[in-house]
Design a protein around this ligand. Structure first.
Ligand SMILES: [Zn+2]
Length: 416
């Protein structure tokens, strides 16, 4: 394949930035070596990226782990990293009850830290109320020159058309183009990012060695994302990772997606609290009370059953894809450790990998912002047009198919 010089340059830049995402900090020589580039080629890219403030130079104490190479060469430990000083993006996370905002640097790694948040007012016109609240929340960031805005949202997201096709817990977000509302305050591109995808990328940025895993986030809903070879597993349709909508036999609860018995109606925050309300010996119904109750009584049968339903869906997913690592984030990870221990044991029971070797289940903090920064780098700093051209058409046709009922009809026919 022949690359034009500009495409070659873009690929080299991408590779260098990826390497820095992985390594955290590196010297010029180290970068050239790990990328198989000549030192002048790597140096030229580094200078360009330094001038654009995409990279920054840092002094690394000689003799330390990161400064080792430089110290051996007898030079001061000036190393490179992605800019962690200058905010480049604004991250906005839309939740059922709360929207959160934070500025992001390119090298954002840390656990989520939101700077501004607002509650979703109870009203008959939630979209208008959201727009009003955003105006106030935008104030501290209005003067900033962002390269782009990353909007993390739950549900079935068509990133290319900036539309949310289905949001079981925030139906009003299907009726509006959220990026248009955001652009009233900043004249920059706004990208919709499916929230579990952001969480999975954020976990990957912090654990570059973990290339293959299923992440399941528990909160207002339950959603998942699969990373294979460090990349999100994506099909032609925008529906993926919807593990929370796996039906649980015998569960009569109505789900926001329109179905009955979905797993998320049992293990989302609301689902757990609903079950807790009917639990024996319960004292109250709040999340804090649930926490205290579990700490005192352990995993009671009502909770065990719900966790096992979640574990069955998770085990099914990893058995199909062939994964042996599961990352759990969100509300379940905040409860006493007995909860995740029970969940992990149940996942192992259902995972084929456990018969041959082991399945690794971990509870991890949410790193949505780090994931959003990674998306921002990918799409705004070193976009690869060829990579992002194709899914849009498929997503559009998926949307029209959902709209005129084609997908539903086909499914019904098959089931007969
Ligand atoms: Zn559902």
């Amino acid at each position: 394949m022949i690359f034009s010089p500009s495409r070659m340059g873009r690929l080299n830049k991408r590779a260098l930035i990826r390497q820095l995402q992985k390594a955290g900090v590196a010297s010029r020589a180290g970068l050239a070596r790990s990328l198989g580039m000549s030192q002048p080629t790597a140096g030229k890219i580094v200078d360009e990226l330094l001038a654009l403030e995409i990279l920054e130079e840092v002094e690394v104490p000689a003799g330390g782990e990161e400064g080792e190479t430089a110290a051996r060469l007898g030079r001061p430990g000036r190393q490179l990293r992605l800019n962690r000083t200058q905010p480049s993006f604004l991250a906005i996370h839309l939740g059922l009850s709360e929207t959160r905002l934070a500025e992001l640097t390119l090298g954002a790694l840390a656990n989520d830290e939101w700077q501004v948040s607002f509650r979703q007012p109870a009203t008959t016109d939630p979209a208008a109320a959201w727009a009003r609240e955003l105006r106030g929340a935008a104030k501290p960031f209005r003067a900033r020159k962002f390269l782009g805005i990353l909007l993390s949202v739950p549900g079935v997201v068509d990133e290319s058309s900036s539309r949310i096709l289905l949001s079981p817990n925030i139906h009003w977000s299907e009726q509006v183009i959220l990026p248009d509302i955001i652009r009233r305050h900043w004249d920059v591109p706004v990208l919709l990012v499916q929230e579990e995808y952001a969480l999975a990328l954020g976990h990957h940025v912090n654990h570059p060695g973990h290339d293959d895993f299923l992440l399941v986030d528990f909160g207002e809903g339950v959603g998942g994302a699969v990373l294979v070879g460090g990349k999100p597993l994506a099909g032609p349709l925008p529906i993926r990772g919807e593990i929370g909508h796996t039906p649980v036999p015998g569960n009569p609860r109505q789900c926001g997606c329109g179905a009955t018995g979905c797993m998320e109606t049992l293990v989302s925050v609301r689902g757990l609290l609903e079950s807790f309300a009917g639990a024996p010996r319960r004292k109250n119904g709040s999340w804090a009370e649930l926490h205290a109750h579990i700490a005192e009584h352990g995993v009671e049968p009502w909770l065990a059953t719900s966790l096992e339903a979640a574990a069955a869906a998770i085990a099914g997913a990893i058995n199909v894809v062939g994964l042996r690592r599961v990352v759990i984030t969100g509300s379940l990870a905040e409860l006493p450790p007995a909860v995740t221990q029970h969940l992990f044991r149940a996942i192992e029971n259902g995972a084929m990998w456990a018969r041959f070797g082991s399945v690794e289940c971990v509870a991890a903090p949410r790193r949505r912002t780090a994931g959003l920064a990674a998306v921002g780098i990918d799409r705004f700093i070193v976009p690869d047009r060829e990579q992002h051209g194709e899914p849009s058409r498929a997503a559009f046709s998926a949307k029209s198919a959902v709209k005129n009922g084609k997908i539903h009809k086909q499914t019904t026919t098959v089931n007969k």
